[in-house]
Design a protein around this ligand. Structure first.
Ligand code: NAD
Ligand code: TYD
Length: 341
């Protein structure tokens, strides 16, 4: 198959491109704008693979999308490209609408016109909003997004639904919980805490630290997406999760302990506005329908992740110099407690 992966230079996209190149016979075209979050170093070693091609482009650019679909004779699309960070969406929602909503709509239209046979929309569990103490998200849970990021993903997710219902365009949608693992940009909780701890910097925990996330190792997310691509039901929506709920504070303490640093680095800072209390996924549908199960348990996944950030210090140090400093000062400067990365 000729597969277009959008956002393949980001965290999950790069892990997915690597999975595709590691096996099978598919041709992989990575279409990525290289925003602040896109990094070709995430694909180091892939460049020379004859089954791989990188095309720099914007999903909002209709002509560029049309050209890549035609030139590369694309048969399937796996759509990761997005603005992905909740805190940034609080600061500036507009680009989230443009990239996540308009970009997805353009990609859908052009893919349909080009005769694409499978279109996987990488959505998120954040479209469901927040859970209380009890319960799990199932695929029929009503969408109730709370952040501009989540709202933009929900709009894109529903646009995909409309293309299936209206045009019978073969869209498949995945809604996954929080990922962690190699190549995650150090603005997200786990890599931010690892990098700050290694530099003996404060570890900014929002609010009381009792918000709960359901963590899944990124490669398990990628294997689930791949199963959905190949064997999922057109129009199907699949929740993906690790059955691995944890309070943020517990997770940060585990990281600090593993790194041999002092828990005194942990600093409680002003909460994120509209901070969702709890996410937890019921992944029984993808499990029963497609036989997917996560393969990496949390202790092993976290150990692998910490080892990766220790072994790839150059990767994140480069990111954390330059523009990242400005971002950090802006986002954390007035929360109280934390000083620069
Ligand atoms: P990321 O921010 O690390 O990567 C996003 C990638 O998209 C970058 O390479 C960026 O350059 C590219 N991109 C951004 N705007 C673009 C545009 N206009 N045109 C082309 N490329 C563009 O994100 P991630 O964490 O890898 O997430 C990937 C996808 O998975 C997103 O759609 C996100 O909503 C979804 N998701 C993420 C998680 C998670 O825990 N990270 C969980 C569930 C779903
Ligand atoms: P994040 O990695 O941004 O993912 P999401 O908001 O999409 O779940 O944040 C994960 C959790 O960690 C979330 O509850 C917010 C919290 N958090 C902090 O406490 N401190 C931080 O510096 C960051 C980035 C997140």
């Amino acid at each position: 198959m000729n597969i277009l992966v959008t956002g393949g230079a980001g965290f999950i996209g790069a892990n997915y491109v690597r999975l595709l190149l590691a096996g099978g016979e598919d041709r992989v075209v990575n279409f990525d704008l290289l925003t602040y979050a896109g990094n070709l170093e995430n694909l180091a070693g892939c460049e020379d693979n004859p089954r791989y091609r990188f095309v720099r482009g914007d999903v909002r650019d209709r002509a560029a999308v049309r050209a890549v679909l035609a030139d590369e004779k694309i048969e399937a699309v796996v759509h990761f490209a997005a603005e992905s960070h909740v805190d940034r969406s609080v600061e500036g929602p507009e680009v989230f609408v443009l990239t996540n909503v308009l970009g997805t709509e353009i990609l859908l239209e052009e893919s349909r016109a080009a005769g694409v046979e499978r279109f996987v929309m990488v959505s998120t569990d954040e479209v469901y909003g927040s859970l209380g103490r009890e319960g799990l998200f199932v695929e029929t849970t009503p969408l109730a997004p709370n952040s501009p990021y989540a709202a933009s993903k929900a709009a894109a997710d529903l646009m995909c639904r409309s293309f299936f219902k209206t045009f019978n365009f073969p869209v498949l949608t995945t809604r996954c919980s929080n990922n962690y693992g190699p190549y995650q940009f150090p603005e997200k909780l786990i890599p931010l805490m690892i990098a700050n701890a290694l530099e003996d910097k404060p570890l900014p925990v929002y609010g009381d630290g009792r918000n709960v996330r359901d963590w899944l190792y990124v490669q398990d997310h990628c294997t689930a997406i791949d199963l959905v691509l190949r064997r999922g039901r057109p129009g199907g929506i699949y929740n993906i999760g690790g059955c691995n709920e944890m309070q943020n504070i517990t997770l940060v303490e585990m990281l600090v302990d593993r790194l041999g640093k002092s828990r005194d680095l942990i600093t409680f800072v002003k909460d994120r506005p509209g901070h969702d209390q709890r996410y937890a996924i019921d992944a029984s549908l993808i499990s029963s329908e497609l036989g997917w199960q996560p393969s990496v348990d949390f202790a092993a996944g976290l150990a692998r992740t910490v080892d990766w950030y220790l072994a790839n210090r150059d990767w994140w140090e480069k990111i954390r110099s330059g523009a990242y400093m400005e971002y950090y000062a802006k986002m954390y400067g007035d929360r109280g407690g934390a000083t620069g990365p």
